[in-house]
Write a protein that binds this ligand. Structure first.
Ligand code: BDR
Ligand code: CA
Length: 316
């Protein structure tokens, strides 16, 4: 069993990945931690509790960061045009959900859970990297106690999605992402190189909903606004970014990868750009030297990934 803590900013594609993690038989979802990003942390936390209630997910929810690790960074508008004003595609969601939160902040929940399960926890992080960076700052030893960190974020050999060079999760807190990428733990970076070519059509999702239970029907409903948003880039479908990271946990063979030290540009016109120094390539001394070699996804078997998502979601 893979013990997973899911760090997330639900978020439409976050919701699909949550249902995947909940329903996959080889995954034990032991915690959900929330972060700001697709909406405020109040909203993403409310959404996590809503999905936990609707989908009967036993994992506790711990509320996380509401601002970047560098507090001097300016706040930005929430991406309502992507995920809706409420983060879940503007479907009806109650203002509050009558379920308890874990009393700890997300980064403390992560530290305690990793320490209680040394060598076992897989962190799947699909929002800004703020909670992970805060956990590392407070307790750097957890880097040696985590099994691995699978993130959705970044872009290496393709353009970004919020600037020509930066992807949303990394651009939303570049300093945090640089802390995470350069820490002495194993990071697997599932970025736009693979997620932007992994698109699920409206009809594929609709066929799933027709066969599936209420959980899949809810997912179908909350995804419609997001599919409409993607009409500029996808032919009546959506990029399933966060689910690609969730799939990697159980099916890494569906990805091709390279290894190398990864840095994040912090500031200037390339703010939030992720850059890998591929292992084996020689450069003069520089800012990538002496850092851990991470795993960067460069290829994906998209159809098999989509089918695994479908088969897993229909297990309910
Ligand atoms: C990432 O940004 C968010 O909008 C999505 O949930 C995903 O995690 C894609 O760039
Ligand atoms: Ca996300």
């Amino acid at each position: 069993m893979h013990k997973v803590i899911y760090d997330t900013d639900p978020g439409v594609d976050d919701a699909m990945a949550l249902l995947f993690l909940h329903r996959h038989p080889e995954i034990d979802l032991i915690g959900i931690t929330t972060v700001f990003g697709n909406a405020s942390v109040e909203t993403t936390t409310r959404n996590a509790l809503f999905l936990k209630r609707e989908w009967d997910i036993p994992a506790p929810v711990a509320k996380g960061a509401s601002v970047t690790v560098d507090a001097a960074r300016a706040e930005r508008e929430w991406p309502a045009m992507v995920h809706g004003d409420n983060g879940l595609g503007n479907i009806e969601v109650p203002h509050t959900i009558d379920l308890p939160l874990d009393p700890r902040p997300a980064h403390r929940f992560i530290i305690d859970t990793v320490r209680a399960n040394p060598g076992e926890v897989r962190l799947v992080a699909v929002g800004r990297m703020t909670n992970l960076a805060m956990a590392l700052k407070e307790d750097p030893e957890i880097a040696g106690l985590v099994k691995d960190v699978v993130i959705m974020g970044g872009n290496f050999y393709v353009p970004g999605n919020v600037t020509p060079v930066a992807e949303a999760n990394i651009h939303g807190d570049p300093e945090a992402a640089d802390i995470v990428m350069t820490a002495p733990w194993k990071v697997v970076v599932i970025g736009l190189d693979v997620t932007s070519i992994t698109t699920m059509s409206r009809s594929y999702l609709g066929a799933m909903a027709a066969k599936g239970d209420a959980a899949v029907k809810l997912l179908d409903g909350l995804s419609q606004h997001y599919i409409d948003f993607y009409s500029h880039a996808v032919d009546d479908g959506m990029m399933v970014h966060d689910s690609c990271a969730a799939v990697y946990v159980v099916a890494p063979e569906l990805f091709t990868t390279i290894t190398g030290a990864v840095r994040v540009v912090c500031g200037g016109i390339a703010d939030g750009q992720t850059v890998v120094k591929p292992d084996g390539r020689r450069f003069p001394p520089g800012d990538w030297d002496g850092l851990p070699s991470q795993i960067v996804a460069t290829g994906i078997e998209s159809e098999k990934v989509l089918d695994l998502i479908r088969d897993t979601l229909l297990r309910g």
